[in-house]
Design a protein around this ligand. Sequence first.
Ligand SMILES: Cc1cc2nc3c(=O)[nH]c(=O)nc-3n(C[C@H](O)[C@H](O)[C@H](O)COP(=O)(O)O)c2cc1C
Length: 191
Amino acid sequence: MAKLNLAVIVGSNRRDSINRKLAHAIARLGGDKFDAHFIRIDDLPMYNQDNEGNLPPEVVRYKNELTQADGVLIVTPEHDRSIPAVLKNAVDWGARPYGKNSWAGKPAFITGTSPGAIGSALAQQHLRAVMVGLGTTLLGGEAYVTFKPNLIDEHGNVGDESTRTFLQGFVDRFASLVGRLATPEAARSAA
Ligand SMILES: Cc1cc2nc3c(=O)[nH]c(=O)nc-3n(C[C@H](O)[C@H](O)[C@H](O)COP(=O)(O)O)c2cc1C
């Protein structure tokens, strides 16, 4: 049976990104409901309004992937108490050109991790404000994850049991939200 199409965006272009590891582990938690597709953002050119009339091919590909998604999971680090530039660039391309906002109406689950005690909370808060403005339907609650060496185990799963239970709750609620907002066909097959 077809699963819900989940676009996964990692707000880091770092090779060994802890947020990418977390994103893969979260995608596994939703494996029975979601078909997860990791969307590249590190090859998107720097946003420039001059290019809106003739979108670069990477941007066309990226916006198509967003459009096809039933829901979007964004897992982001915090850079200087805000949204990393690579992610903000991707958000802006998703929103443009005017009238072609690929975010509008998309259910989105925002989370992220940082070794800091507040686990990327300020980046997530800034991102939430931006995404609400762009018309996404955000999953409620706060999923701030402090990165510890045992957060992701050697198999790529969330290693810490309480964090796994915490995140599983978000994933289950997100599957329910996406199922309700997705096209009737997608929602039926994921039920
Ligand atoms: C430019 C820069 C700014 C950072 N600012 C913050 C910050 O404001 N808060 C925080 O908790 N960590 C901050 N960090 C540390 C990141 O949490 C850490 O590098 C983390 O590994 C980034 O996630 P990633 O591995 O997924 O790229 C910063 C790192 C960089 C490179």
